[in-house]
Design a protein around this ligand. Structure first.
Ligand code: S3P
Length: 181
């Protein structure tokens, strides 16, 4: 399989729901002239169902298995920028796979910013949509605290807070140059 200068095949963007992975991923791919792949959209395509339908009909465990399979299958693809679902890095063995054939970047967004962004998008996300207003904040806080140590195993940690997506892509391309990517 084709590899880039640093020996890594893909660029993986990881981070919590609402951290901007898809928006930034698409722009970064365009900047680097690479294909862009989004794990949720690919799983929806191959299953012929929305993420919401997969969660409600088959359950979260089945979805996590699909995410891991998606990751394994990326090994055979040409170098791409890949945005990964927020829960993927917490699946057993997933981070090892990402590090094996990709450069892993964490989009680090604070709890308060995530809460702000996600509260208007709750209905789009199966893990959040049934939470009451009172449950929402503690749920996000707890899930983020369970996941942050996985996210922090990324090779690059990029704050994504007050900057625009374009500014972040500018910073990211500079960091990638430093890493000889
Ligand atoms: C999930 C994040 C979602 C999607 C699913 C579960 C999670 O992706 O995979 O709803 O467990 O954090 P985004 O991070 O792209 O929103």
């Amino acid at each position: 399989m084709e590899e880039r200068k640093d020996g890594k095949q893909h660029i993986f963007l990881i981070g919590f729901m609402g951290s901007g992975k898809s928006t930034v991923g698409e722009l970064l791919a365009e900047r680097l002239s690479l294909p862009f792949i989004d794990s949720d959209r690919e799983i929806e395509k191959s299953e012929g169902k929305s993420i919401d339908e997969i969660f409600s009909r088959e359950g979260e465990k089945a979805f996590r298995d699909m995410e891991l399979n998606f990751l394994v299958e990326l090994k055979g693809l040409k170098p791409s920028v890949v945005s990964l679902g927020g829960g993927l890095p917490a699946i057993n063995g997933a981070l090892e796979l990402m590090h094996q054939f990709g450069l892993v970047i964490y989009l680090n967004t604070s709890l308060l910013t995530l809460i702000q962004r996600l509260k208007n998008e709750k209905d789009l996300r199966p893990l959040l949509k049934d939470l009451s207003d009172a449950e929402f904040h503690p749920f996000v806080e707890d899930l983020l605290s369970q996941r942050v140590h996985f996210y922090k195993q990324a090779k690059l940690i990029m704050p994504n807070e007050r900057n625009s997506p374009i500014e972040l892509v500018d910073k990211l391309t500079k960091e990638l140059n430093k890493l000889n990517y």
